[in-house]
Design a protein around this ligand. Structure first.
Ligand code: GLN
Length: 282
């Protein structure tokens, strides 16, 4: 029955996962096609042997360190469901801060603009940021750029799944290169980790192209900021996620690229530096 197999799976996942019970429930609710709450309501429901065998297989993958999002093939981000697999980085909860700040900034900028707001999501990966922004900014036009064609395939599926094909355009290329014209808002969660310091399971499963930020994790910010002044309209904004240790360094890089801009750092719920953002004068 459901309660028994969840209990056993939770025990099996305890050494690998910080959230063993949640992971077991996510895997089972995925297989049954049920909302997670129903697992509790119907905890005495029997489990067919074939289903149990599939469940056991997925739990073993998780027990080997594979992110639960890859095991079940999707991940919730900003209250929306996204298809994910090993072609893209798993969207992280801390990145919701970037979306939140970008939405606030976008709404402020939109007040003074005549046409639709133009936004670029640089290094879109699964498309999570671009889709979340598009859902909450019904008039905005978004270019979602990635250098990985296979990541763009995943992003395309997510854009279609959320009915945003007309407003989120997927562009293949390096950073700001594919943008045809300057935009109001540049948003990016670029690769910023020092690969040698990445957590072993992240290193083993997630795409290094989406993680590797060079020797000090700042390679992408340097290139992105250098090209941004030419791709940002006056009165526009640039927002980037950063590693918690990178606040001062990335803020300094941003100030060097935008001497007249107001550059600030925002903290996530854990109190860590998480977003560097700036607005340019009108
Ligand atoms: N937050 C991710 C991690 O720590 C890294 C994301 C990124 O490089 N943009 O694994």
């Amino acid at each position: 029955m459901i309660s028994k197999i969840l209990h056993a799976a939770t025990d099996q996942l305890r050494t690998t996962s910080a959230t063993p019970r949640l992971d077991a429930e996510l895997i089972l609710s995925h297989l049954l096609g049920w909302p997670r709450a129903r697992l509790l309501a119907e905890r005495d429901h029997p489990v067919a042997p074939a289903l149990f065998a599939t469940f056991a297989g997925l739990v073993s993958r998780r027990a080997n360190g594979e992110p639960v999002a890859y095991v079940v093939g999707h991940k919730e981000f900003y209250g929306l469901d996204f298809a994910v697999d090993r072609r893209v980085l798993v969207p992280r909860p801390e990145t919701e801060l970037l979306v939140e700040r970008a939405l606030a900034m976008a709404r402020r900028i939109a007040v003074g603009r005549a046409g639709p707001l133009r936004i670029a999501d640089i290094g879109t990966g699964s498309g999570a940021i671009a889709v979340a922004l598009a859902v909450h900014l019904p008039d905005a036009l978004i270019d979602a750029v990635d250098i990985s064609p296979e990541a763009l395939d995943v992003a395309q599926a997510n854009v279609a799944r959320h009915g945003l094909t007309g407003r989120v355009r997927l562009l293949l290329g390096d950073l700001l290169g594919p943008l045809a014209a300057p935009v109001d808002l540049i948003v990016s969660n670029p690769p910023y980790t020092i690969l040698a310091e990445v957590e072993p399971n992240v290193y083993a499963y997630e795409p290094h192209l989406a993680l590797e930020g060079g020797p000090d994790g700042t390679d992408l910010y340097r290139r992105l900021f250098a090209d941004s002044p030419a791709k940002l309209r006056p009165g526009g904004a640039l927002l980037c996620e950063i590693g918690s240790w990178q606040g001062e360094c990335v803020a300094a890089l941003a100030r060097a690229a935008f001497p007249a801009a107001d550059v600030q750092i925002a903290h996530d719920l854990a109190g860590h530096n998480r977003v560097v953002y700036l607005t340019t004068p009108t």
